[in-house]
Design a protein around this ligand. Structure first.
Ligand code: TXA
Ligand code: MG
Length: 327
């Protein structure tokens, strides 16, 4: 299969390009598209053979369910039955945006979408290209991040091509994504709701609207979101979080080829040919972290050392991913 790439404006996408992408989805094809978080790998949420191909393209374990992307809140009723008041409040406030709500799924939602769970995950992404595509399509687009399973999520079309060239029909290229890490996944089938994955929307923003939410322990996470037990966010190189330049020096002495991603260190105080400085502001750090990991991985380093960030705001989600990447 040859993968076609269409470049389009992130703010005013060409309707012809969108119509073309909708045709591909309607005929059972796979279309990668940008969202405000990361690039997604889209398929028709009711086309089981197409979704099987999606799982194959990504090499995704079948127990990891998919997020259905919808055009607006009304479309939710195609997929979920019981919508609790807190879910309505959150959708009203944060959609379109980086929040995925886990709701009671309707029986009509194919098993492959929800990995045979009773629930279904839904979100309305905040990106003109994604919205145009999903709204024009009209009945839900499943879209995991458009990377090979286990690898860091893609924030540019080039990342998508690196992982999925020849395995998808079309990539809509609208430049790099704004947030750079994935949506927050919140299970609202229980009260208080449970955060299954930290992400682009912070816990504080959620709690301001609906009061306290819970975190999960690993047993509960396994039950509610079985796919999270698989390896995630991992480069080929070993990933390690570091807190000081001294740690870098001691690892460098072991003779390993190291890469460093940092935001506050003085680069003169450690030795590494492959170093990448990211913005000190944690939002900028989040925007570039997956790109930096992929870049150093391409350079063939043995270890990627990443300077820790403060666990505040989106920094919580960044650290959660780095820890997963270390596993
Ligand atoms: O920002 C994002 O969420 C991106 C963009 C493309 O929208 N998508 C994304 O999809 O990150 P994916 O498949 O890489 O991650 C989906 C997460 C996984 O952790 C999965 O286990 C969880 O959502 N999930 C999906 N359906 C679920 C369900 N019914 N119950 C619990 N967790 C679910
Ligand atoms: Mg993913």
């Amino acid at each position: 299969m040859t993968t076609k790439v269409i470049k389009l404006s992130p703010k005013n996408p060409d309707p012809k390009a969108i119509a073309n992408a909708v045709d591909v989805l309607k005929s059972g094809g796979l279309v990668c598209f940008p969202t405000e978080t990361v690039y997604g790998l889209g398929a028709d949420s009711f086309n089981v053979p197409a979704i099987q191909r999606l799982f194959e393209a990504k090499q995704r374990p079948s127990d990891n369910p998919l997020i259905v992307h919808v055009g607006d809140f009304r479309e939710v009723s195609l997929f979920a039955g019981d919508i609790p008041p807190k879910a309505k409040t959150l959708a009203g406030q944060f959609w379109p945006g980086p929040l995925t709500l886990v709701l009671q799924g309707k029986e009509t939602v194919p098993d492959i979408v929800r990995a045979a769970l009773r629930t279904v995950a839904l979100r309305v992404p905040n990106h003109a290209v994604a919205l145009a595509l999903i709204r024009e399509f009209g009945s839900g687009v499943v879209a995991p991040s458009a990377n090979l399973s286990g690898r860091p999520s893609p924030t540019t079309a080039a990342h998508v091509l690196d992982d999925l060239r020849g395995k998808v029909d079309l990539i809509l290229d609208a430049g790099s994504t704004e947030i750079g890490i994935e949506s927050t996944v919140l299970d609202v089938t229980v009260d208080p709701p449970v955060i299954l994955r930290e992400g682009g929307l912070t816990r504080e923003q959620i709690e301001q609207m609906i009061g306290p939410v819970r975190s999960t322990d690993s047993m509960e996470l396994l039950k509610r979101s079985p796919g999270t037990r698989h390896r995630h966010y991992a480069p080929r190189a070993k990933l390690m979080i570091v807190g000081s330049t001294m740690e870098i020096e001691s690892i460098a002495k072991s003779g390993k080829k190291i890469g460093v991603i940092f935001h506050s260190f003085e680069p003169s105080s450690f030795e590494a040919k492959n170093a990448r400085k990211l913005g000190a502001d944690v939002k900028k750090f989040a925007h570039d972290i997956f790109d930096a990991i992929r870049e150093l991985d391409e350079k063939g380093v043995d270890v990627i050392l990443v300077e820790q960030v403060k666990e505040r705001g989106i920094g919580v989600a960044v650290m959660q991913r780095l820890r997963k990447g270390e596993e």
